[in-house]
Design a protein around this ligand. Structure first.
Ligand code: COA
Ligand code: MG
Length: 294
């Protein structure tokens, strides 16, 4: 598993922010050509993406490019220009169906052939933010093996549904859980909504904790302030890791005695609890706080 606890959008027409993004220790940087960029700056943004991918050192951060939606008339040129500079993958917004992913995959394969990259190595994430996409979620999840994650797009969805936004966001709760359910069913990561109030660091921390509680594996972010609290919220705590390791040791011992279910620290433990503990250890290893061999 690759840790994608935070996915930082950087408007690609802003070179200063692109440079800044290399210094933040964020898991994923997303060079944005879509809604963070004004209509009359799209070409400059594409040129910057190519320049950034070719010349800036993003360290251990994954480098993603968010293209414009397939209905915008801009996506084709976004792909043609930026894929040759070899990002790690493409974030596709406003998808409606599995067919949209297959259309993008054609460009990815062509770019792999032109640049000599292994076929299948360019990855994809999709933003689920259209009502139609929720109806087609199972097909979308299976459209291409390139797909790594589903991203929840709150604002576009809220506008289309006509819901009133509240601070707690209960009006989008069902849609968020639906996304997590599908991601789990198809082995994908689930990346939660943006918290736009970037000056309130305590609020973004609480929002990230809630996202993690709902089963999201990471969160979209928009400002350097949000990197640390969000990545911390999606990293298992020292107590969780200690709990998981002790439980795994007890499990191994009970298995040797031929016991499936057993009592441990006053609670019943069986296979599902073990799976939860394993999940914590997988995420701790992905975040680099446990060695691969631990
Ligand atoms: N990526 C990288 N660096 C960023 C950044 C981002 N998303 N947002 C801010 N910064 C940098 C600024 O350049 C500034 O750096 P400096 O001190 O070296 O000049 C520093 O962080 C502090 O920024 P601040 O002054 O607090 O914010 P701002 O007023 O410059 O920008 C926003 C505020 C919201 C416009 C900006 O954070 C932003 O553009 N976020 C992304 C928006 C986006 O992509 N939206 C679409 C996806 S939802
Ligand atoms: Mg959107």
């Amino acid at each position: 598993m690759r840790a994608r606890r935070a996915l930082l959008y950087v408007p690609a027409d802003d070179w200063r922010k692109l440079q800044k993004a290399t210094t933040l220790g964020v898991d994923c940087v997303c060079l944005d050509l879509e809604d963070g960029v004004a209509q009359n700056r799209k070409e400059e943004a594409r040129r910057n993406v190519v320049q950034a991918l070719r010349t800036l050192d993003f360290g251990r951060a994954e480098r993603w490019v968010r293209i414009n939606g397939l209905e915008s008339g801009l996506a084709e040129a976004d792909l043609e220009t930026t894929l040759l500079a070899s990002p790690d993958g493409i974030v596709v917004p406003k998808v409606l169906s599995a067919e949209d992913l297959r259309r993008v995959a054609v460009y990815l394969e062509a770019a792999e052939q032109r640049t000599g990259r292994p076929v299948g190595s360019l990855m994809m994430m999709v933003i689920i933010e259209r009502a139609q996409a929720f109806l087609h979620l199972a097909e979308i999840c299976q459209a291409t093996p390139r797909l790594e994650a589903l991203i929840f797009g709150a604002e576009d969805l809220a506008a289309e549904l006509g819901v009133r936004r509240t601070r707690e966001g209960w009006e989008l709760f069902h849609a968020r859980s639906t996304l997590v359910l599908h991601a789990a069913a198809f082995g994908l990561q689930a990346i939660d909504w943006v918290t736009v109030d970037f000056q309130d660091v305590e609020w973004v921390r609480q929002e990230a904790e809630r996202g993690a509680t709902l089963g999201f594996t990471g969160k979209q972010i928009i400002h350097p302030n949000q990197v640390a609290p969000v990545q911390a919220a999606f990293t298992p705590s020292a107590e969780e890791i200690a709990w998981a390791r002790e439980l795994m040791a007890a499990f191994t011992a009970y298995q040797a005695q031929g016991k499936g279910a057993f009592a441990w620290q006053g609670q019943m433990v069986d296979r599902p609890v073990i799976r939860r503990a394993e999940g914590i250890l997988v995420r701790a290893r992905a975040a680099g706080i446990l060695a691969e061999t631990d």
